[in-house]
Design a protein. Structure first.
Ligand SMILES: CC(=O)SCCNC(=O)CCNC(=O)[C@H](O)C(C)(C)COP(=O)(O)OP(=O)(O)OC[C@H]1O[C@@H](n2cnc3c(N)ncnc32)[C@H](O)[C@@H]1OP(=O)(O)O
Ligand SMILES: O=C([O-])CC(=O)C(=O)O
Length: 447
């Protein structure tokens, strides 16, 4: 029983005064979720940073589902991700491309990496004061807190000049891996009573190498492990101007507020389980599914569980969503999930995890089929379906899955923030139609 019975009563009574029937959205031509009737996004900007292709238009302008393609500055990510092209520092190379619009030469990439490496160290006392003394029970909230605190260490924090934004953004990117890893270490030390492990970042390491070396008690990792993490960071680096956390960044920064505030807002958006937070939900959901039916389950058993999830009857999954599936743009496939599936298969063999990888494959196919049957639209596995599986193979704890998304997407948020400042720069301020009644004021004594 709610102790605050009055509040519950007010809330119940308020339904008589505040309801907005769903059909009114159509009546007034409101694009719920900024979506058109066919679920495609309403155009809210122009960008040259990334293109997310999930459907085409036929000659009548009708939407036609297709395999997904993602371009960073016009280059298909599958080209950039090819193993034969791999020379390390893929995430840094893609960051350069996203920020500056062209592929760097070897010298330019080295110089760019130096800028990042020079920013790796945290300000004096930052670790002790903000992370070790103030452990956070949710790492995404802790990252927001840390970002807002970095404001205090900046001698000119409210300067939103484009070049200064670039410098500040790169500084944030350099520091985020240590902040996220230390926030995790602090959390498990204080809440789970584990030993505190603090390794400093190495300036001769890439972002991916540093994350692995700071996270592991012995700091050791193999080149293959670093390559997979580098690839994962690369795959999450940007997703166009319409994705929720990036649009959030544009909305917030269009007020000309400081960069730390805009980035903290994006982290809040990415935390949501319908967005980046889905990677943690997928991992929990799959663990529960495997606990319930085992990896040797038949297809019928898997489909039965998927129906239970959809009907909100499966333990721990009470919102009817099969996490890791569905996308606002992609229909038949998300190219990032395709790439991840491929590399996860290779690493799973090495780590002796082929059985569980095969279970993920079977669940994926059956979930896509069932979702199509139940919802009538194509819903592919998305970037969050395999990422947790990959992180798990790298020994990365679940708490860090969404923070790793932040580390990676920071460059996308920064690139769009800068692009908006340079070429649009109008405060984002759409409209909402008032659909309530007009009422006479009744003096308090007469109500
Ligand atoms: C990095 C990323 O953000 S990738 C996305 C990560 N998120 C997830 O994996 C969470 C699960 N997926 C979802 O919630 C959605 O598919 C989203 C948020 C990603 C996209 O949402 P939208 O494009 O708006 O799809 P929309 O909500 O219109 O879907 C149409 C219908 O399918 C349902 N649906 C969509 N995805 C799923 C899903 N994964 N499981 C079950 N039902 C789903 C919706 O509830 C809706 O049902 P309704 O018509 O009965 O109300
Ligand atoms: O584009 C979206 O809506 C979500 C997504 O996949 C991302 O941000 O990577």
């Amino acid at each position: 029983m709610d102790k605050n019975i009055y509040l519950a009563q007010f809330y119940g009574k308020s339904q008589n005064y505040t309801q907005i029937p769903r059909e009114w959205f159509t009546k007034y031509g409101v694009k719920r979720g900024l979506r058109n009737e066919d679920h495609t996004g309403v155009l809210v900007g122009l960008t040259r940073i990334a293109d997310v292709v999930g459907y085409q238009r036929d000659e009548k302008g009708q939407k036609v589902d297709c395999d997904g393609v993602l371009y960073y500055r016009g280059i298909d990510i599958r080209e950039l991700a090819k193993v034969e092209n791999y020379r390390g520092y893929l995430y840094e190379e893609a960051s350069f491309l996203l920020l500056f619009g062209y592929l760097p030469t070897e010298d330019e990439l080295n110089a760019f990496c130096k800028v990042l490496q020079n920013g790796y160290d945290l300000p004096d006392d930052f670790l002790e004061m903000n992370l070790l003394r103030l452990p956070g029970k949710n790492l995404m909230n802790k990252l927001q807190h840390a970002l807002l605190t970095l404001y205090n260490y900046d001698p000119d924090p409210d300067n939103t000049d484009v070049y200064q934004t670039l410098r500040k953004g790169l500084n944030i990117m350099s520091k985020l891996p240590s902040i996220a890893v230390y926030a995790y270490m602090s959390k498990v030390h204080y809440y789970n009573r584990k030993s505190l492990v603090i390794h400093y970042p190495r300036k001769d390491y890439s972002t991916a190498e540093n994350i692995l070396s700071m996270l592991r008690p012995d700091s050791k990792f193999t080149p293959k492990e670093a390559q997979l993490l580098d690839l994962l960071l690369f795959l999450h680096a940007d997703h166009g101007g319409g994705t929720n956390s990036t649009f959030t960044n544009i909305v917030v920064s269009s007020t000309d507020t400081d960069l730390y505030s805009s980035m903290a807002s994006s982290v809040g958006a990415l935390k949501g389980p319908r967005h980046g937070g889905a990677n943690i939900r997928v991992s929990l959901m799959m663990e529960q599914v495997i606990d319930a039916i085992g990896i040797k389950a038949t297809d019928e058993q898997i489909v039965d569980v998927i129906h239970q999830i959809l009907n909100k009857k499966f333990k721990g999954c009470h919102d009817g969503l099969v996490y890791g599936f569905g996308h606002a743009v992609y229909t038949l496939s998300d190219p990032r999930a395709e790439i991840m599936r491929h590399y996860c298969g290779i690493l799973a063999k090495e780590k002796g995890m082929t059985d569980i990888f095969r279970f993920y494959n079977r669940f994926e196919k059956l979930a896509m089929k069932t979702l199509k049957e139940e919802k009538g639209v194509n819903m592919c596995s998305n970037v969050d379906y395999y990422s947790g599986f990959a992180y798990n193979m790298l020994g990365i704890p679940r708490d860090l899955y969404t923070p790793l998304f932040v580390i990676s997407r920071m460059v996308g948020w920064l690139a769009h923030n800068i692009e908006h400042k340079l070429y649009d720069n109008r405060i984002v301020r759409p409209a909402a139609k008032y659909v309530g009644d007009l009422m006479d004021y009744i003096p308090r004594k007469d109500r």
